[in-house]
Design a protein around this ligand. Structure first.
Ligand code: SAH
Ligand code: SF4
Ligand code: F3S
Length: 439
């Protein structure tokens, strides 16, 4: 293509959307688009959206409103909506927002180049299929450019669990695992391009069961195989479901040195009554036993989680059970959300907890989780950790990276370079990061 067009992508939601945005940029790269970080400079704007809570979904419409003047100034500008809101509300977006040219769901973005061509000719295009073909097999080869030291790699998509509150099974579709060989090829390619840490992604990543030599492989087996790649130093995975934590994956936390000692394992609630109403199919007790087994395998494992407060029917006692579970586990870090009723999910039909009650609970839970995060950070002071340096920090000469435990660590030392893993002594804990010196 003679002249390069410019593509601006804004990404909302989870890491899977971050990965998808990279792949969409590559797909449109093959049609002559180069990324820009300025919306007002773009020939195409893509919003890669999230539908998980009402607030997340609403952001799309307000962002589209903000893009109106850009479209007025440049009638050739094309605007697309991708991701989970696109999947859930595709036709409605087209109706509500005439300035949208293109809507593409998470499973059809391999068709973006063709859609882009149609849109350039003046069409409006919507594609929210769940296609037969594997989109990853139909994406153009990525450019051979070097990458930063860390990367995401989607190995599994979709979810069959149908938690009563969650839109993901509807927006992402059924659970699908990518074949082992494709993942290994992609991982080796990332490493050849400078990546030293890969985070394996999936909505239920530990339910992975991709086709490999001799039948279907578990996530643990995949991790053990990835660990043999020279130059790949660190492996992480997210998000896991407690019911899919098998023995080998637990063991891998103890015996696979490249698997990092950090695990995001959402439990949502500490009340068995609420867990049942949520269709989680585990109890608080079974979760606690699982944590115990994980910590037996890897005593310094740093745990993270997700919590929902104010789920329909949640009483004061149910909420206190959640607080108790949090105290029993001791999280290094965690996310907590006020329940948001999502159209089409079973829980949306049920009577709501009053908003002021939910707000007060959220406030208390967040205070406890913040205390635990602080305590975990303070406990790092005086310890030596490995840090993979990713980028320059805010102050002159400062470099920042992540410890094995996923803590952000800053070091000011002229010998530190991006992409290095260095031994660092932690000297100070700040609000959301640690400061250290080279050992
Ligand atoms: N697959 C992951 C997480 C998916 S969504 C899992 O099973 O744990 C990320 C988090 O958003 C969830 O863990 C949950 O805590 C939160 N979430 C999902 N739906 C929600 C809703 N309707 N209201 C509030 N929080 C929600
Ligand atoms: Fe949503 Fe539950 Fe599936 Fe996680 S396991 S994606 S919370 S339905
Ligand atoms: Fe949001 Fe879709 Fe991820 S709803 S959390 S972007 S899977």
């Amino acid at each position: 293509m003679a002249d390069t067009r410019k593509l601006f992508i804004k990404t909302y939601g989870c890491q899977m959307n971050v990965y998808d945005s990279e792949r969409m940029a590559e797909a449109l790269g093959a049609s002559g688009y180069a990324l820009t970080d300025r919306a007002d400079d773009a020939d195409m704007i893509l919003l890669n959206t999230c539908h998980i809570r009402e607030k997340a979904a609403e952001k799309v419409y307000s962002e589209l409103g903000r893009l109106k003047p850009l479209k007025a100034a440049n009638p050739d500008l094309k605007i697309g909506v991708a991701g989970c809101v696109a999947q859930a509300e595709g036709e409605e977006i087209m109706r509500r927002q005439p300035l949208v040219d293109l809507v593409v769901g998470p499973q059809t973005y391999h068709r973006l180049p063709a859609m882009e061509e149609a849109v350039r000719k003046g069409a409006r295009a919507v594609d929210t299929d769940f296609p037969e073909e594997d989109k990853f097999e139909h994406l153009p080869e990525p450019p051979r450019a070097m990458r930063g030291p860390t990367a995401f790699l989607t190995v599994q998509e979709g979810c069959d669990k149908f938690c009563a509150f969650c839109v993901v099974p509807y927006t992402r579709g059924a659970e699908v695992s990518r074949p082992v060989a494709r993942i290994l090829t992609e991982a080796r390619d990332l490493v050849a391009r400078g990546v030293r840490e890969i985070t394996l992604l999936g909505q239920n990543v530990n339910a992975y069961h991709g086709a490999g030599d001799g039948g279907s492989w578990t996530l643990a087996r995949l991790i053990r195989e990835l660990a043999r790649i020279d130059g790949l130093e660190r492996i992480r995975f997210t998000t896991s479901h407690p019911n899919d934590m098998d023995d080998d994956l637990i063991a891998a936390h103890g015996d696979e040195p490249k698997l990092m000692p950090y695990l995001h394992l959402p439990v949502q609630s500490g009340s068995d009554r609420i867990l049942k109403a949520m269709n989680r199919k585990h109890t608080a007790e079974s979760y606690l036993r699982l944590i115990e087994r994980l910590r037996n395998a890897r005593p310094d494992l740093l745990l993270s989680g997700d919590f929902i407060v104010g789920f329909p029917g949640e009483t004061d006692q149910d909420f206190e059970d959640t607080m108790t579970l949090v105290r029993q586990v001791g999280y290094g870090q965690a996310y907590s959300f006020k329940y948001s009723a999502r159209p089409g999910t079973p829980a949306a039909e049920r009577p709501c907890v009053p908003d002021d009650v939910s707000s007060e609970r959220l406030h208390r839970l967040q205070a406890l989780l913040t205390d635990q995060q602080r305590a975990a950070q303070v406990a790092m002071v005086g310890r030596d950790v490995n840090v993979l340096f990713e980028k320059q920090g805010r102050t002159a000469g400062q470099m920042t990276g992540k410890s094995d435990y996923l803590h952000a660590v800053h070091v000011t030392d002229p010998s530190v370079e991006r992409g290095q893993i260095r031994r660092v002594r932690i000297i100070e804990s700040n609000t959301n990061s640690l400061a250290g010196v080279l050992v």
